[in-house]
Write a protein that binds this ligand. Sequence first.
Ligand SMILES: Cc1cc2nc3c(=O)[nH]c(=O)nc-3n(C[C@H](O)[C@H](O)[C@H](O)COP(=O)(O)O)c2cc1C
Length: 212
Amino acid sequence: MPADDHAPRVAVAFHSGFGHTAALAESVADGARAAGAAVHIVVLDALTDRDWHTLDEADAIVFGTPTYMGNVSAAFQAFAERTGRRCQEGTWRDKLAAGFTNSGAKSGDKVAALMSLAVFAAQHHMHWVSLGLVAGWNSSAGSADDLNRLGFFLGAGAQTDVDAGPDGVHPSDARTCRHLGERIARVAAQFAAGRRVTSAASSPAAASAPVH
Ligand SMILES: Cc1cc2nc3c(=O)[nH]c(=O)nc-3n(C[C@H](O)[C@H](O)[C@H](O)COP(=O)(O)O)c2cc1C
């Protein structure tokens, strides 16, 4: 589906130390594009002024991080801490947010990283969009090729062998991340359509700000 005038603007903002999370970010972006979004990729450890502008203008931001020491990476957290002023000023208020992470172990405590991303989004008064898939690979008929093979709900959880390169990302995880991209693009389009027909449509930053 081509992007149009009402195409939601989706930013895929991630850090990746060894390229695994970067490969998954491409899958998220592909899915969002396929669902009609205008997509920008933002590499969080090489942020430019244009990148900050992209984040500020986005309707939705999908945050991606590897799981390091059972949480988001230090580079992701450094980015998060640079957003304090935006947090105070509500710059990202009422944007949509979603998240994905990748770890070396099948679990690797990566749900904690997804929880950190969701809390980060909540601190910015954003609306968290879940993965929206049933758990795969959870019955005798299932397999590692199932969509959402690791059974996440909060966001997309992926696993890549620590000795593999970026092309070692599991195809099921890539498809799961693609699904997340499609889903956030669709929900962003629904939000934008709703805002066009409500009085709160003036700007994302003002849409549900408290009245002082
Ligand atoms: C400092 C560090 C900490 C890590 N901590 C975890 C962890 O807590 N759980 C886990 O399963 N894998 C852990 N890993 C493995 C990475 O999550 C894994 O290699 C991942 O694919 C890296 O993604 P990236 O290439 O996007 O950086 C860690 C790796 C590093 C370098």
